[in-house]
Design a protein around this ligand. Structure first.
Ligand code: ATP
Length: 299
């Protein structure tokens, strides 16, 4: 009998994998070409996440052999700590996140979570362990409840509402004409950028992953919405190892470590205060962004 059910089990697994894969793919990889296929090694075991320590050891990577993108990156994020990655456009920030999610295999060095090389564990288990709050969230043409519940298969209404509360979007949903049954997406209610981010946060809360990637949107929300989202995110980060890809330095002042990436290399690292006193690239970026903020506020 078990022989008979095995294919069904497999189908279920494949279905879940595709479904979860889609949620996360839509997330931060929308703008990326279809990635090269990464394969599980034979009999790859599931990853066993204990604390969620993330390490990059001399990681090298090239999308195309002619052009090295990451040139030997070392990162060490302690369980539950927050690492922020900053740097100019094209420096390789998103590439780091894609490699951690194993959308590509590194071409040199290795990435580990709790000491296990991510290339040697099953992709399904790796992706279950990592949550992504993307730059731009895609909503399905379905109810807002469904869109949140997508974060975890079989989530109950109570769990969905709990996640929505955690993402500070519950009250907004209750104010909609049909509450959680309100259709959203292209053919339903259009949500604002901030509301969509909160849906993504609620999905992640439901998924409850030990490792989190926050890919900050390049286009700023208005400062009140942004401040609200940032407060919510601090709550989501608590107790999870978090890697933030940041564009606005004001959102990562609290990070345990900030690395400045330039042309695929870490050129500075430290805390916000430490980097300011180094008076290098970070300090320079900080002053420039502070100046822009002042101009914005004045106008
Ligand atoms: P941004 O702040 O603009 O998002 P980033 O620091 O995240 O930039 P990445 O997206 O990691 O930069 O890109 C690093 C480099 O890799 C860029 O030069 C980019 O052109 C290149 N790159 C990114 N994705 C691909 C791809 N799928 N194929 C080939 N090259 C790519």
């Amino acid at each position: 009998l078990s022989q008979l059910f095995r294919p069904l089990d497999m189908l279920g697994m494949v279905y879940r994998e595709i479904r979860q894969g889609l949620i996360d793919m839509e997330a931060m990889f929308r703008l990326v070409d279809t990635p090269a296929e990464v394969k599980d090694v034979p009999h790859a075991p599931p990853i066993a996440v204990t604390g969620g320590a993330v390490r990059f050891e001399d990681v090298r990577f090239a999308y195309d052999p002619e052009r090295q993108i990451l040139k030997g990156i070392d990162l060490d994020v302690k369980p539950g700590a927050t690492l922020a990655v900053v740097g100019h456009s094209g420096a390789g920030k998103s590439t780091l996140a894609r490699l951690l999610y194993r959308f590509y295999d590194v071409t040199g060095g290795r990435i580990t979570i709790d000491g296990q090389d991510i290339a040697k564990v099953s992709q399904t288990s790796l992706r279950e362990a990592i949550g992504i709050v993307p730059q731009d969230t895609v909503l399905f043409n379905d109810t807002i409840g469904y869109n949140i519940g997508y974060g975890r298969e079989g989530a109950t209404q109570d769990q969905i509402e709990g996640a929505a509360r955690g993402a500070a979007i519950h009250d907004f949903i209750l104010s909609l004409p049909q509450g959680y049954a309100t259709p959203v997406g292209e053919r339903g209610l259009k949500l604002s950028g901030g509301e969509k981010q909160r849906v993504a946060i609620a999905r992640t809360l439901l998924k409850d992953p030990p490792v989190l990637i926050l890919d900050e949107a390049t286009s700023a929300l208005d400062s009140r919405t942004e401040a609200g989202i940032q407060t919510t995110l601090r709550g989501v980060e608590a107790g999870r190892t978090t890697i933030v890809i940041a564009h606005r330095l004001s959102t990562i002042v609290h990070a345990d470590e900030i690395v400045v990436l330039d042309a695929g290399q870490v050129i500075e690292r430290g805390t916000h205060a430490g980097l300011l006193s180094q008076n290098g690239t970070y300090a320079d970026l900080w002053r420039r962004q502070a100046h822009e903020r002042e101009l914005e506020e004045a106008s």
